[in-house]
Write a protein that binds this ligand. Sequence first.
Ligand code: GDP
Ligand code: IMO
Ligand code: MG
Length: 448
Amino acid sequence: MANVIVIGAQWGDEGKGKITDLLSRSADVVVRPQGGVNAGHTIVVQGQTFKLHLIPSGILYPDTECIIGSGTVIDPKVLLEELAQLHALKVSTQNLFISQTAHVTMPYHRLLDKASEERRGKQKIGTTGRGIGPTYADKSERTGIRIVDLMNPDELKEKLEWTIKYKNVILEKLYNLAPLDPQSVIDEYLDYAEQLRPYVVDSSLKIYEAIIERKNILFEGAQGTLLDLDHGTYPYVTSSNPIAGGACVGAGVGPTVIDRVIGVAKAYTTRVGEGPFPTELHGEIGALLGSRGAEFGTTTGRPRRCGWFDGVIGRYAVRINGLDCLAITKLDVLDELAEIKVCVAYELDGQICNHFPSNASQFARCNPIYETLPGWQQSTENCRTLEDLPKEALNYLKFLAELMAVSIAIVSLGASRDQTIIVEDPIHGPKRALLDVNGDPLSVTTDE
Ligand code: GDP
Ligand code: IMO
Ligand code: MG
């Protein structure tokens, strides 16, 4: 048995959905610990595409229990749409459970998110506009509405009457927006409450029972390491903790129950929204990565900014999350390139900087120092073993593994489940696959 955390090692959209879906075949329970409908996880199974925002990517396995954990923020309208989408595709959701202590995104959260972004002008964060920041802010301020409140109509009415009155002052006086009608919001949310009621549980207890029964639990992170509220590129971050430690908090489990932490990283880098991005490519190659990688946000449809792989950020993700191994996705997107660059360090104010600077203004001044590797200029999408890969592609992977001193357990070469190389079972196999602990000869060699 093994309990595994899967997290994004970059700025989100690394392919966590695909990897979680893949690993869910050996999971009994999949838990989504944090985030809200800002997340968009895409799964492609037998040509059918599923886009999930809140429901864990294990939902496509009929016997797998899926839990939306306590650290999430739930927009009931979007969740119900997601449920309807799954039902229309004949996917059962009878094994879905929702934490009663998760917080609820309300209409005023969405309005305030958009209004504050507009007011920020050039300082905007580039949020998804889904009300995530304001929902988490209310949670911290202790004025949030939780799922358990939705389940108690009288308490909900009382809380919402007070809260909407207070939020209306901000909407009207600060942002010149029309006030919300408390009664229509209450009616709308009471209706959502009845639809969600059958799914609501004490999630931490349910997860604990699974732990006691020695079930395999997979924790599916949303967003990515560099979007972490505490350890990411603040203020250009989300309002939760997508790092591995955040999974324990959000799910309500102790760190001792975690056996493995798997990071997911693209073979290059993308970012949606504002904020510094040292390896960003503005020219032809950036556009090529964007079009070959179909780099448009799953949630907002915004084009993702694209750039070379950043090894400094990779090393940081290994450190902050205690990664046991990586899944490298979208290697196929690099197939056409004659040369591929990898950022191995930064130049910062004339000095070489090997570590991610936690000082935001220093990070904004970092320039990438690159090493250039030969490309392979042939298709990898049908490769199913490391031996099938062109030697340049294998060398690229080894270079990344050595640069970050972490093993690569999975290589993804397309959106479908089968377009994957499992180098080493990331859950039950040895902790080091491509690179051993001592940095000794790698287990797979090129033909040179
Ligand atoms: P997530 O938020 O981390 O789950 O990632 P997204 O689903 O937002 O974005 C990843 C996108 O890349 C999705 O459209 C996936 O279907 C797609 N994808 C995942 N792995 C691969 C891969 O190895 N190759 C290609 N070409 N696409 C992939
Ligand atoms: P998944 O789970 C990529 C980004 C937004 C913005 C910043 C803050 O699909 O990887 P927010 O709406 O959270 O207040 O926006 O965070 N962001 C994501 N970027 N993937 C995500 O989720 C993201 N969730 C939030 O673009 O820059
Ligand atoms: Mg995404």
